[in-house]
Write a protein that binds this ligand. Sequence first.
Ligand SMILES: Nc1ncnc2c1ncn2[C@@H]1O[C@H](COP(=O)(O)OP(=O)(O)OP(=O)(O)O)[C@@H](O)[C@H]1O
Ligand SMILES: [Mg+2]
Length: 476
Amino acid sequence: MGTILVIDDDDQLRQSFQKLLTQEGYRCIGAASGEAGLELLEVESPDLVILDMRLPGMNGLETFKQIHLLEPKLPVIIMTAYGTTETAIEATKMGAFDYVLKPFDIPDILKIIAQGLDAGKFMRSPVEMDMVPDGGFKEAIIGRSQPMQEVYKAIGRVSSTEATVLIRGESGTGKELGARAVYQHSLRKDKPFLVINCVAIPETLLESELFGYEKGAFTGAVHRRIGKIEQANGGTIFLDEIGDMPLSLQGKILRLLEERCVERLGGRETIPVNVRIIAATNRNLEEAISEGRFREDLYYRLKVVTIWLPPLRERPSDIPLLTDYFMARFSRQASVDNPGVTEETKALLSQQFWHGNVRELANTIHKALIFNRGTPLSPEDILRAIGQDVHPGGVEDMDDEKGIVQWVRKEMMNRHREDLFDAIMDRAASIVISETLKVTEGNRSQAAKLLGLSRPTLHSKIEKYHLKMKTSVSSD
Ligand SMILES: Nc1ncnc2c1ncn2[C@@H]1O[C@H](COP(=O)(O)OP(=O)(O)OP(=O)(O)O)[C@@H](O)[C@H]1O
Ligand SMILES: [Mg+2]
């Protein structure tokens, strides 16, 4: 799940992190000084560092510089108190991933950690193209079909150029993997790579996240913040889901592409930046343009080099290969022997439509593996994982529906309140989450994956519904 090194001289804070991060499924190691942290860095090769600015001996900024020198791609989150904000900003300019002000909220820090780990994974774990599954040890773009060969060629061609790249394709076709492959084969592969998901960040925050702001730019802007674009200077920025970017920001991105500069919010200074842009979207941009939701000028700027990822149904010959790959990968992740799949199962998998493309195939295999007891996956296992009734002839489980209808009616009879919808949804959500946690034996990371929720979201729902489950790793 990832090892996190916490460098802080406050014993209590390190212990709190230890407890929190272990509960979240991470491995946490601690160091009380910069010097001790640097030693651990070499021995333990952590995936992320959380670093306090105020340290005895070597100070936080100096420690950061050393870490950055040794491991330029390791994401470092700086913790700072009000007095040391300036040095934290200094560190972000030099490439620290982000900083948080003490005291911080747990969901906030968990979110930044998850983002940092993702960013680190993007930069550090190589994505191989067109390789034979090797037991699931490496992350790879799997596929031998003709349409995928075209994708590899396109990635190869654009990687060594400085061109802006637009990656298109339906949801779950591997656009994010494609973006990483472009970056990792590019001339900028040793420079930072930052990911901005344009839908995951609320519109009001996206602008300041990308462009940064000056002190006093708006209420709450108590100090200067460096935006991600400026932070990625010299490197690459991946604008994921660009089709969902608000119109107001599209103009600023166009300016960045044309003039290679940014302005922080509330700032007068024009700051030159040298970043390569990779963008991705599953939206129909042409339609968005005709509906006035996407700027045509930006579209033409972006689309010069477009890589299309084919939907899975157009390359069914890749499905057996992908199946073997995911079986190996997920078995290894769960530390179980790979039970394999039968030929009939492969045939069934190859016939499905896969609306959700590779992601849906992967999730289906993952689910089927969780319930598997060591025998090769059968077509029935797959159908159950897809959620179809395995009884011959029937497609929907009518009994389930009846049960839900009865439950809703009972709630309506009993409740004289005006929040029936929310009450029923909450109840359903709490059942779904607690059942999933039972299946994963309390492992929240695995549960979050199965449910398609981020860990912080799952965490907050567990709190909300008071689902106090014992986790397999926690001590309480
Ligand atoms: N060719 C492939 N080989 C191996 N794994 C793949 C391949 N394509 C996609 N995946 C896996 O499927 C999942 C979805 O891929 P990814 O996130 O890249 O999709 P996407 O196109 O960005 O989807 P969305 O539009 O929903 O964001 C990921 O777990 C990814 O690792
Ligand atoms: Mg994506």
